[in-house]
Design a protein around this ligand. Structure first.
Ligand code: SF4
Ligand code: SF4
Length: 97
């Protein structure tokens, strides 16, 4: 079987497609997970504006939950929520919380 020559490899350090940051999931080192209570939420959107990762989407003026692909578990949303609709829980590691 013939291997690839160095001439066939893409050049290092090049971004071949623009706008690719959404494909890079940045949440894999999170140790705490925010849990959202839709019933308690009053849709003040404070969490949406305070989240440093933009991980709390809003549609039609209402919070849509938390995007765990990008949430880093910093807990700012839970600390800022005026009605305690978000609580931080330990991530499950090897079946243990
Ligand atoms: S825990 Fe931090 S990163 Fe995750 S949704 Fe809340 S504010 Fe955003
Ligand atoms: S800060 Fe709390 S009450 Fe306000 S939108 Fe977020 S979860 Fe809902």
């Amino acid at each position: 079987m013939k291997g690839k020559s160095w001439k066939n490899l893409p050049e290092g350090g090049l971004i071949l497609e623009a706008g690719n940051s959404v494909a890079f999931k940045t949440a894999d080192w999170r140790t705490l997970t925010p849990e959202w209570s839709k019933d308690k939420c009053i849709n003040c959107l404070k969490c949406h504006f305070m989240c440093p990762e933009g991980a709390i989407p809003v549609k039609g003026g209402k919070m849509q939950g938390i995007d765990l692909n990008f949430c880093k578990g910093c807990g700012i949303c839970a600390a800022e929520c005026p009605v305690k609709a978000i609580t931080m829980k330990k991530e499950c590691v090897n079946g243990k919380a």
